[in-house]
Design a protein around this ligand. Structure first.
Ligand SMILES: Cc1cc2nc3c(=O)[nH]c(=O)nc-3n(C[C@H](O)[C@H](O)[C@H](O)COP(=O)(O)O)c2cc1C
Length: 226
């Protein structure tokens, strides 16, 4: 049952530096992540998967001290990066246009309607201006939230195939963005959102804090409004 994996999953603090995920296991996790929903179907995030230690070292200065060892020792560090506010606001953004068109076509298909240019423009304007002005949203933060949903899928998919994982916010966004930009991994309309480490614990160092998950009880956290 999914609940069994979810209960056994822990934020892993130490990894075996010599153990790597099989390619098919990594592909399985990618496939599960790729099913995660995104707001308005805009697929705000992309993932850089760092496995090579030298490449990890090139961006290590962007990782917080307490996370450096686990970042290096993990098999794979998934860097989720997302589209920034500027990406959405860029009027000549063809990628945004293509995604808008694709998503409207999907809706229209259901209702047997032909797509119009006006529909596409209205959709993009709604994202750029209307929805977010009403809710005082920042589009970059909105994008990052989509990556967090995807990461949730990653942790569970990993545990299902006995892969350990760590959610990792402990990095310096400015430094990491600068390094990723310099290396050409991201562009200036994109920013790092969060990191997911994957790997195996080493059987020597303590893999997790405490013996098991510590959570408030269900009745304290959930309230059904009848
Ligand atoms: C968004 C997010 C960011 C986190 N960042 C870090 C981090 O940078 N380094 C780390 O060791 N653990 C990090 N954690 C792990 C938490 O400390 C951990 O999930 C929490 O203590 C509960 O542990 P458990 O999930 O094993 O029960 C993060 C967790 C989340 C959800």
């Amino acid at each position: 049952m999914l609940l069994d994996f979810a209960t056994k999953r822990r934020a892993t603090k130490n990894y075996n530096p010599d153990m790597f995920l099989k390619k098919e296991d990594l592909d399985y996790i990618f496939k599960v992540i790729n099913t995660s929903p995104t707001s308005a179907g805009l697929e705000h995030w992309r993932v850089l998967c760092f496995r090579n230690k030298d490449k990890k070292n090139e961006i290590l200065s962007g990782i917080n001290e307490g996370n450096k060892k686990k970042f290096l020792d993990s098999s794979d560090a998934l860097l989720f990066y997302v589209k920034k506010e500027e990406w959405f606001k860029n009027i000549s953004n063809e990628d945004f246009y293509k995604i808008a068109k694709r998503n409207i076509e999907q809706v229209n298909q259901t209702f047997h309607k032909e797509i119009t240019e006006d529909q596409i423009q209205t959709f993009m304007k709604r994202i750029r201006v209307d929805d977010h002005a009403n809710n005082d949203h920042n589009l970059t933060e909105w994008s990052k939230r989509q990556a967090y949903i995807a990461a949730g899928y990653a942790f569970l998919a990993a545990k299902e195939i006995n892969v350990e994982s760590t959610p990792m916010e402990g990095f310096n966004e400015k430094i990491l963005n600068k390094l990723l930009l310099e290396k050409g991994y991201i562009n200036n309309l994109e920013t790092i959102a969060l990191i997911v480490l994957l790997g195996y614990s080493d059987g020597v160092s303590i893999p997790y804090f405490g013996k098991e998950q510590v959570r408030e009880s269900i009745d304290k956290k959930f309230k059904i409004i009848y």
